[in-house]
Design a protein around this ligand. Structure first.
Ligand SMILES: Nc1ncnc2c1ncn2[C@@H]1O[C@H](COP(=O)(O)OP(=O)(O)OP(=O)(O)O)[C@@H](O)[C@H]1O
Ligand SMILES: [Mg+2]
Length: 260
C-alpha cells in the first residue's frame, strides 16, 4: 500500500452564487502522477487554488500525511511541501536561472558575529549548476543566463526543478504544456516522469487527453464543481475519459449523432 500524502475532504467554495466546488474529495499518494481533467469551468483551477492557498475554502478539510492542516496562504502551502507552478508566472524573467532556482531561499553567508551578509553568489551558482545537472538539463543551460532567454519548455523545466529542489512533496502543474511546441511539450512530460521517479507526487491539470495517457497513473474527472469519476490509466481508455468529462447526456448526444 502506497502512503497517502494529501487528502481533501468535502471541499466547498463559492463565488457569489457560483458553487465552484461542491464537496470535492480526493487523495494523492506518494510517487504518483494524477491528472485532473474536466471541461472549462469544471472547478479544476479553483481546487488547486484551494490547495495552494490562493483562495480560502468555505468548508471541508485538508490532510497532509494524515494530519489535518489549515492552508490560508501561499506560504502555508509551501511550508507544507506543496508547490504550484503556473505557466509563465512562477519565474522572474529578468533574473538569472540560478537566482530563480533559489528565489526567496537564496544562500547567504553568515558573517563574523552571525550577521546575515549579502547573497553568496558563488554558492548560488554552484548549487544551481549542480541542480541543473541533477535534473539533466546541464548541457543546454547556463545558470547565469536570464530566464527571458529561455523557451517556454525550458522555463517549465526550471520551475519544476525549483519545486524539486525544495523537496516539495506535492508538485501541482496547472496546464504546463499550454502554448508549448511539440518537442518542448515532450520535454515537460518527460520531466514529469523524472519527478515521479524521484518520489514526488504530481497533480497535473490538462485539457490534452493524450498527455494524460502518456504520463498519468490515475485520472480524476471534475464536472460542475464535483469530482465525478476516478480511474487508473491502466483500467480505462481515451473515449471513456472523454465521455466522463462531457457527462452522459452530452456523450449520448454525440453517439446518436454519429449513428444517424
Ligand atoms: N475569482 C473568481 N470569481 C468568480 N468566479 C470564479 C472565480 N474563479 C472561478 N470562478 C468560477 O468558478 C467556476 C470554476 O472555475 P475554474 O477556474 O475553477 O474552472 P476550470 O476547471 O479551471 O476551467 P478551465 O479549464 O477553463 O481553466 C467557473 O464557473 C468560474 O467562472
Ligand atoms: Mg483552470
Amino acid at each position: 500500500m502506497t502512503a497517502e500524502v494529501l487528502r481533501l475532504e468535502r471541499i466547498r467554495k463559492s463565488f457569489g452564487s457560483v458553487n465552484a466546488l461542491k464537496n470535492a474529495s480526493m487523495t494523492l499518494k506518494e510517487g504518483e502522477v494524477v491528472a485532473l481533467v474536466g471541461d472549462n469551468g469544471a472547478g479544476k483551477s479553483t481546487l488547486i487554488k484551494a490547495i495552494s492557498g490562493v483562495h480560502p475554502i468555505d468548508g471541508g478539510e485538508i490532510f497532509m500525511h494524515g494530519r489535518k492542516v489549515a492552508i490560508t496562504s501561499a506560504r502555508d502551502a509551501i511550508d507544507l511541501g506543496i508547490e504550484t507552478i503556473h505557466q509563465d508566472t512562477s519565474l522572474a524573467p529578468d533574473l538569472s536561472i540560478a537566482r530563480n532556482l533559489f528565489l526567496g531561499r537564496e544562500p547567504v553567508k553568515l558573517s563574523f558575529l552571525g550577521v546575515l551578509a549579502p547573497l553568496d553568489f558563488t554558492e548560488l551558482r554552484s548549487s544551481a549548476s549542480a541542480l541543473l545537472k541533477r535534473v539533466g538539463i546541464s548541457k543546454k543551460l547556463d545558470a547565469d543566463a536570464t530566464v527571458n532567454t529561455l523557451s517556454g519548455g525550458e522555463r517549465q523545466s526550471i520551475a519544476i526543478s525549483r519545486a524539486m529542489q525544495f523537496a516539495a512533496k506535492v508538485i501541482i502543474l496547472d496546464e504546463p504544456t499550454n502554448n508549448l511546441g511539440v518537442e518542448e511539450t515532450h520535454g515537460v512530460l518527460r520531466f514529469v516522469k523524472e519527478v515521479r521517479a524521484a518520489g514526488h507526487t504530481v497533480l497535473f491539470i490538462t485539457h490534452n487527453i493524450h498527455h494524460v495517457f502518456e504520463v498519468a497513473d490515475r485520472i480524476i474527472v471534475m464536472r460542475r464543481g464535483e469530482i465525478v469519476a476516478e480511474r487508473t490509466v491502466a483500467d480505462t481508455d481515451l473515449l471513456t475519459v472523454e465521455s466522463l468529462i462531457m457527462g452522459a447526456d452530452m456523450s449520448k448526444l454525440l453517439r446518436d449523432k454519429q449513428v444517424h
